[in-house]
Write a protein that binds this ligand. Sequence first.
Ligand code: PRP
Ligand code: URA
Length: 212
Amino acid sequence: MSSMPNPMVTVVNHPLAQHYLTGLRNHETEPAQFRRLSRNLTTLLVIEATRGLGIETGKIQTPLEETDGFSLSQSLAAVPILRAGLTMLEPVLELFPEVAVGYVGLERHHDTAVARSYYSKLPKLEGRFTLCLDPMLATGGSAAQAISSLKEAGAGTIVMVAVIAAPEGIQFLTQAHPDVQIVVAGIDRQLDDRKYILPGLGDFGDRLYGTM
Ligand code: PRP
Ligand code: URA
């Protein structure tokens, strides 16, 4: 695997992000705390992921004088990949109350790790800056499949927001969708034989919902 920096990948290495990520990795973290950490970390990731959102300038009046102001000029869409990605939606709704929301349901097969689609409901995505939300980018199969659906729904600019990525997943996704920016809190070493990320944090959905 190449060690050249990938210009499409941003690792959010803010100390607070790394603090939250470490809490998620710790096997002693219980679901309630795991959910809190996921939401907090997602807020930081989404702030970075929306750096390219369009803005427009205009004059505003402060209580003292006129000054230049900025406002968002581009609408946003967020699409969590069920089920684990659902926990990343709430922070997006907090930051961007007007966001349009779609859902893609994908589940990896136990033995093959190939993702099977079981649900999809997407708004029209033309002209919207679109966030695809899924905490784990392992083989990259789920993300690549979901992003193909987003493109079919008209999405132009798409940013993949994940908590942890494996190098294999980044490579797969950037080959499948070279135009998609990836924002993560960490890039881990490798996948194991069952296609879990090492060192990773285990099965995100199970830890989130206590379904171990
Ligand atoms: C997990 C995770 C991703 C996928 C990543 O979901 O949330 O969607 O695996 O793996 P990949 O990059 O190899 O496709 P899972 O299929 O376990 O479903 P769940 O969220 O319902 O638990
Ligand atoms: N899905 C997870 O939840 N964890 C992994 O390590 C890989 C896929």
